[in-house]
Design a protein around this ligand. Structure first.
Ligand code: AMP
Ligand code: MG
Length: 395
């Protein structure tokens, strides 16, 4: 059996950079991955400016003057005239510091008496001025290639005046669900049948990862059907993802079909939920075979597939593991690393009551995953590694 980190290393060896690049406006670029680094030609801010609504002073000797002659008013978007020593200007947040101005005082800390500004309290030379380039220096790389564009990144690109960016085109992913027991939601269920939940859960995970997804439907558990579906899915797609059919049961035909069409390695990964995982190639497409159990495919996707997809886009996807105390005990040690679906309650980790790989409710309930290493028992207060899959809760 492979450890998760050995499986990640092995997947890394298989990464081929997506060569398709497109140029998008900032309005369109949310969630895309930068194809090349962005260097700023602008300093941000581009001029020294006031951090406060107040007054800008031309201080000569910080210990002496506490009264200044008020000579002008500078709002954001305007420029002022030079100040002489002993002069002050009314100034507002974001307005440029005029030549000669060197210190800003908050309006709360002064009074104006007959055109004369009187200052209460002590001043520090240079206070309340936002310096040119303190956010971004001209000529510096602000975002590396492979960076995924979120709200902060898009804001920063706009701040340096960039209107368009070169990004990797979304990976085109074909999604197949194997299992003759599967029925699409909206259809009636027959005896022994279940609804196809993986299509929607894995499809959503893929979209969250920035992929464009084509659904290739449900494939019955027959070798010829599986082969035909996989072959069609590999056309014009970068990655084919299937769920189910990768165990060793005689109803599991994915392995044989992919081996006939291309190449395939079947991995046993020392993780729970999870374990069976297939990786291969069909023509130009990567093939990823996820386990059928809904929680197994969900967790396997998070741990292995997300980093692989990010790497194909020239980036990375690094889980941010924290350390938190367990709020529970577990007397029986497991044989595989277990990724428990947990919530944080009173700053301690609490597992969902049913950790079965078929119980999707656990993934809905959980805020994240806690790693329970193989061979380890748990008592309350033991520190476990925790990966917040989401930083919020809606119910
Ligand atoms: P398999 O890996 O094909 O043996 O499937 C393992 C378990 O996952 C079985 O109980 C399947 O019915 C279930 N399963 C497989 N595919 C799906 C799916 N697309 N949606 C929901 N459950 C599934
Ligand atoms: Mg099956």
């Amino acid at each position: 059996m492979l450890t998760v980190s050995a499986a990640l290393d092995a997947l890394k060896q298989q990464v081929r950079l997506n060569p398709r690049i497109q140029t998008l406006s900032l309005d369109e670029a949310l969630g895309y991955t930068l194809a090349s680094a962005v260097i700023s030609s602008l300093a941000v801010p581009d001029f020294d400016n006031s951090a406060m609504d107040g007054y800008v002073l031309a201080v000569d000797d910080i210990n002496k003057l506490d009264s200044y002659t008020l000579v002008q008013r500078i709002a954001a978007g305007e420029t002022g005239r030079a100040l002489m020593a002993g002069e002050a200007a009314r100034i507002f947040t974001g307005a440029p510091i005029p030549p000669g101005g060197n210190t800003v005082v908050m309006q709360e800390d002064c009074t104006v008496v007959e055109g004369c500004l009187q200052i209460q309290g002590r001043l520090t030379l240079g206070q309340h001025i936002r310096r040119r380039g303190e956010d971004v220096q001209a000529g510096r790389e602000i975002l590396p290639a492979g960076c995924r564009l979120g709200a902060a990144e898009l804001g920063l690109l706009a701040a340096i005046g960039v209107a368009h960016v070169a990004v990797r085109a979304p990976l085109r992913v074909a999604l197949l669900s194997t299992g003759k027991e599967l029925v699409e939601p909206g259809q009636p269920l027959g005896a022994g049948q279940i609804y196809n939940s993986n299509r929607y859960a894995i499809g959503a995970l893929l979209r969250e990862a920035g992929c464009s997804v084509s659904d290739f439907g449900i494939v019955a558990d027959m070798l010829a059907d599986t082969r035909a579906a996989l072959q069609a899915a590999a056309q014009d797609h970068d990655v084919v993802v299937s769920s189910g059919g990768v165990s060793v049961g005689e109803e599991d035909h994915v392995k044989a079909a992919v081996s006939e069409l291309g190449e395939l390695a079947l991995w046993k990964i020392a993780m729970k939920p999870g374990k069976p995982f297939a990786f291969g190639r069909i023509g130009e497409a990567d093939f990823i075979g996820l386990p059928g159990n809904p929680v197994s495919s969900f967790v396997t996707f998070q741990l292995l597939v997300r980093p692989f997809l990010a790497a194909r886009q020239g980036g990375q996807y690094q889980a941010l593991w924290l350390e938190l105390p367990a709020g529970f005990s577990l007397a029986k040690a497991g044989q595989r690393d277990e990724y428990l679906r947990v919530r944080i309650e009173n700053n301690a980790l609490q597992p969902y009551t049913n950790q079965s790989s078929a119980v999707l409710t656990s993934a809905v309930w959980a805020d994240g995953l806690a790693l329970l290493p193989a061979g380890q028992t748990v008592k309350p207060g033991d520190v476990l590694r925790y990966w917040p899959l989401r930083g919020w809760r809606s119910v």
